[in-house]
Design a protein around this ligand. Sequence first.
Ligand SMILES: [Zn+2]
Length: 302
Amino acid sequence: MQPIITDTIRIERLVESEGPLYPLQVLLPDLDESVADEHRAWLIPRFFHPETRLLVMSLHTFVIRTPQHIILVDTCVGNNKHRPDFGDWHHQRTPYVENLNALGITLGDVDFVFCTHLHVDHIGWNTRLADGRWVPTFPNATYLFSRQEWEHWHAYATDTSHPDDPYPPPVRQVLRDSYQDSVLPVVEAGQSQLITDGHPIEKGIWVEAAPGHTPGNAILRIERGSLHVVLSGDVIHHPLQVVYPEVSSAFCFDPEQSRQTRQKFVEHYADSNALILPAHFATPTAGRIVSNNGGFRFVFRS
Ligand SMILES: [Zn+2]
């Protein structure tokens, strides 16, 4: 993603990993495998890997700099995390901190960390291992969590009887483990702030509720002069869902509510000047939603 730069804001994408990740039917079980062939002209090779037939996805943090603050949005999987059922994520080592430093930012420079939701791939760098303990990675940052989201996952991690739990057992375990090693240490260090719908980080930058993917799922809105940016988190996982906004992911806690939120989102931003920055779209990541033959498609910003 080319940096988004104006006089008063700079937005960059810090990639932790990018590549073929999930079979289409694993991430989007309500879509028929044949849609990958139907849309191959634009899907291959950037968004669908033809040999493995896996969806190409990215895990990244958005780095926002204003004259007042440095804000990180979503913190990926992290290093050294124990994720035995999750392949490359298990005890992963990536040069994430070095790459942040290469942007001219030290760990101590970060003012705010905002997690759109508290899933394992959005909270990892909240903490790092120091002398065998998980400590906040960004010592001077306030970590912003949706109150509803935090209350949900706190209960989930501490009470293991969830009769309505939609997740298979390995996913349940990783959701609990990641809360314990990547959220709880931040709360215990006194660096968390629980926020609600509309919370302003600074003038023209605010949080909006977008429930469904998780109970307290949220997005970040930015309006600076003519610049209008929406950091949409996991409201939409893959550009195919702009074409099929009715299709929720297998990881949505409430697929019906997620569908409603996504359909409203796509209709609301279609043909507007809003630049959409989703949490998992592969390079070039940013783009606009446009109407297309009675439906919608995503037009990437070059
Ligand atoms: Zn995610």
